[in-house]
Design a protein around this ligand. Structure first.
Ligand code: C2E
Ligand code: CA
Ligand code: CA
Length: 747
């Protein structure tokens, strides 16, 4: 679940970034192209200026050289000897790397360094220009002897006195030579460099020009930005510098122009925009590759992180939501899934129940077989429970040996049956050897009937479980308010009992055992009362069973024993009437081998005669273990205590048992009386029983005598004493003492 969403998210992320990169690249492409165009424009503009400057410098140098030759020829007689002049010119020509160097005199006779002589090599108009400006450069023309395209430079000879025109010094240089000079400005071989005249005639070009005139070539070209060829022509004719774009034979170009100092010429630099576009493309492509590489690396990184994350979240999920022993859901997972599952049941209008399943005596199982086997038990039980789940139902191991289930409950009785069956099926542990042990499971069911928080549902299922546990042989119990209250009360009792004992909240009451005829008090029974400051008196029926369960009754009985002994001691000391008192002892005391010894020592501590103490033991105890009981009774008799069998007739009364045990007295349970009421047959049985008890040598006390009629019957059949409201309720010690005093006085 976690993994797929993570990878889905990563995929979307990568997709989005790819789209962004594509959009970004287009934008970037435009930006780069624009920027490069601008750069190219700036480069081209400065290229034409540089070209102009360089070319001006070059031409300037040519003129300086020519001028220095002119000056050197201005010697008397230097021009006289033609042969000498020629030799001199040849030397200069060689040194200065002109094609030819020459001198043309005032009459138009040109003498060349290679020995040629030509009339009017420089036209009169050109010579005129030389004198007028001090220098001259021809347009492109054919060399006189080689037929190569050349330029001709000329400077005047320094003027002699009175003589205005003294001839000119000239030199020729091939166009190819200057073309090479332009190469330096050709923008790394991508561009073109021209020197042109204002009317567009190309004088020098690098590389070789394919047309002679820019504007004539214009029939194949078009100029951009509204600059018509005409406007460019006008700008050129005005000697202005600038730039333009134009298309020639389908190829777009940038061009810039800058005027030269000589001959109204222009330096014209051209750069095809294709090279700009190519550069932009390369740059964008490089950036794109870089971007994509970064995305790819990031993507791989992201996937790696996600993988790690999904691994660690899986580990975290296991840690937080999976029970390590059974691999089933743990309580967290159950709580997490519960609301959705409950909602689904609600939507189907299907009642549902919260069930708690507990393995009884699991701790003992662990102790006996070890933890490893204990884990196996849990696994098997869990597996069996899981196998019983139906669609939409949940299970978890909540802790130790407790499993929680959410089950559908179309019908209460049916659910009870189903849980019983589930408990039966899951209640089996088979070892590797194939040997199977039965396990006992107890379940608490809370039929969810109201919206309560999860912990309350758990609490209620737990209460139901506790109430099932109380009833031996019962596998499951439903939660109901009454059992809840009872359990809550028990919990409250348990939590306050120790403090109550310390605070003296337990009081001794005495109920007289009376003579039927006279009603006189012959003996008494000590009964405990719990006087709680806030709640008043709590009857023993409410707390004794709880204390029996948790063992506190051992302490309480000893307390009651001491209270009884204290009273007996005081009566004796104060010279009051003394009767023997019966004290109730829980069956738990019989497990203590020192019980009789402690009893005797305590009585001795108060200096009370042992015959004044009657030990009341309930019938159920006797039934449990006759031999032990016999030992105890004998032991008590040895110490001089008398022993009464309490509650005879409340359980499985067995005369046979009675026969083997030497009780001093048998107390007939009040239930017996109730059952005998208006039931002649029952009365007969009671009468028979009493007779037999008496025959065995025991006294008989009838408990719960409330009516005169009962008293009459019991007395008639031979009961010795009556303990009941007809004679007296259990009394506080003071009232009991007063009763005894009154009786003595009456005598
Ligand atoms: P029990 O030993 O059978 O005590 C007799 C019970 O019958 C007393 O109830 C007493 O009040 C009640 N009773 C006496 N006459 C009548 C009557 O005419 N009608 C009716 N309906 N009841 C009558 P109590 O005091 O509530 O004690 C209940 C039980 O609690 C006792 O039954 C005894 O089993 C136990 N218990 C009381 N005190 C102690 C004690 O100190 N230690 C132990 N282990 N158990 C005690
Ligand atoms: Ca009793
Ligand atoms: Ca009794």
């Amino acid at each position: 679940m976690y993994k797929t969403t993570g990878f889905k998210r990563a995929f979307v992320l990568i997709l989005v970034s790819a789209v962004l990169v594509a959009a970004g690249s287009v934008w970037y492409w435009k930006q780069v192209t624009q920027k490069l165009s601008q750069d190219a424009r700036e480069t081209i503009i400065s290229a034409s200026r540089e070209l102009a400057e360089n070319f001006d410098r070059l031409l300037g140098t040519e003129f300086q050289v020519l001028s220095s030759i002119a000056v050197s020829l201005d010697q008397p007689g230097a021009l006289k000897d033609q042969q000498k002049l020629m030799n001199y010119l040849a030397r200069q020509n060689k040194r200065n790397a002109f094609t030819l160097t020459g001198y043309q005199d005032a009459q138009g006779r040109a003498i060349f360094s290679d020995g040629h002589v030509l009339q009017d090599f420089l036209s009169a108009q050109a010579v005129e220009e030389v004198y007028a400006r001090g220098h001259y450069i021809s347009d492109r023309r054919k060399g006189p002897f080689s037929g190569q395209d050349i330029l001709v430079f000329a400077v005047p000879m320094p003027a002699q006195q009175g003589q205005k025109q003294n001839g000119v010094v000239f030199a020729t240089q091939t166009i190819a030579f200057y073309s090479q000079a332009l190469a330096a400005n050709a923008l790394h071989g991508e561009g073109l460099s021209f020197v042109l005249s204002r009317d567009g005639n190309i004088i020098i070009a690098y590389p070789r020009a394919v047309y002679d005139n820019l504007f004539v070539a214009g029939e194949h070209s078009s100029f951009d930005r509204g600059r018509s060829a005409l406007r460019l022509q006008q700008e050129l004719s005005r000697g202005e510098s600038g730039w333009t774009g134009y298309t020639l034979r389908g190829q777009h170009r940038f061009a810039s122009y800058y005027p030269l100092d000589y001959n109204d010429w222009y330096a014209f630099a051209v750069l095809p925009t294709k090279s700009v576009a190519d550069r932009a493309q390369t740059l964008v492509l490089l950036s794109l590759v870089l971007c994509l590489s970064i995305i790819a690396i990031l993507g791989v990184l992201l996937l790696f992180i996600l993988r790690m994350q999904s691994q660690s979240s899986r580990a975290l999920y296991r840690m937080g939501f999976v029970d390590p022993v059974t691999e089933a859901d743990n309580l967290n997972a159950f709580r997490f899934k519960f609301p959705r599952a409950a909602k689904a049941f609600k939507e189907k209008n299907l009642p549902y129940a919260f069930v708690m399943v507990n393995i009884n005596r699991f701790k003992a199982l662990n102790d006996i077989y070890g933890f490893e086997q204990g884990d196996q038990v849990l696994k098997q039980v869990c597996g069996a429970l899981q196998g019983c789940l139906r669609e939409g139902e949940l299970l978890c191991r909540s802790s130790a040996d407790i499993f929680l289930l959410l089950l559908a409950c179309p019908d209460r009785a049916e659910l009870g049956k189903r849980v019983d069956e589930v408990a039966l099926r899951a209640g089996r542990y088979c070892q590797n050897s194939g040997e199977c042990l039965p396990l006992s499971l107890t379940c608490g069911i809370y039929l969810i009937d109201e919206e309560v928080p999860f912990y309350i549902m758990m609490d209620r299922a737990n209460l139901a479980w506790a109430s099932a546990k109380q009833h031996a042989g019962q596998t499951c119990a439903f939660y109901d308010e009454q059992s809840r209250r009872q359990i809550v009360t028990e919990k409250r009792i348990e939590s306050s009992m120790d403090q109550a004992l310390r605070d003296g909240e337990f009081k001794i009451y005495l109920q007289p055992k009376c003579d039927f005829k006279t009603g006189r008090t012959c003996s008494a029974e000590a009964l405990v009362r719990w006087l709680q400051p806030q709640k008043g008196m709590i009857p023993p029926d409410q707390f004794i069973p709880v204390f029996e369960k948790n063992g506190f009754v051992l302490k309480l009985d000893m307390f009651m024993l001491e209270e009884t002994l204290r009273l007996l001691k005081r009566w004796k000391e104060e010279g009051k009437p003394v009767v023997s008192v019966g004290v109730n002892f829980s069956r738990l005391h019989l497990q203590d081998p020192r019980f009789i010894e402690v009893l005797a020592q305590t009585a001795d501590k108060y200096g009370v005669e042992h015959r004044l103490l009657e030990v009341e033991l309930t019938e159920s105890v006797v039934f449990g273990n006759v031999d032990l009981m016999k030992q105890v009774i004998d032991g008590l008799h040895e110490k001089g205590f008398s022993v009464a069998m309490d509650d005879f007739g409340s359980g499985y009364s067995s005369l046979n048992v009675l026969k083997n045990l030497d009780f001093d007295c048998v107390k007939l349970d009040k239930e017996f009386l109730v059952r005998g009421e208006g039931n002649p047959r029952m009365r007969q049985i009671i009468s028979g029983l009493v007779r037999m008890i008496k025959d065995l040598g025991s006294g008989v006390v009838a408990e719960g005598v409330e009516t005169a009629e009962q008293a009459e019957f019991l007395s008639r059949i031979g009961c010795d004493l009556a303990q009941g409201y007809l004679f007296s309720r259990p009394l506080p010690p003071q009232e009991f003492e007063q009763r005894l005093l009154d009786e003595r006085d009456k005598k």
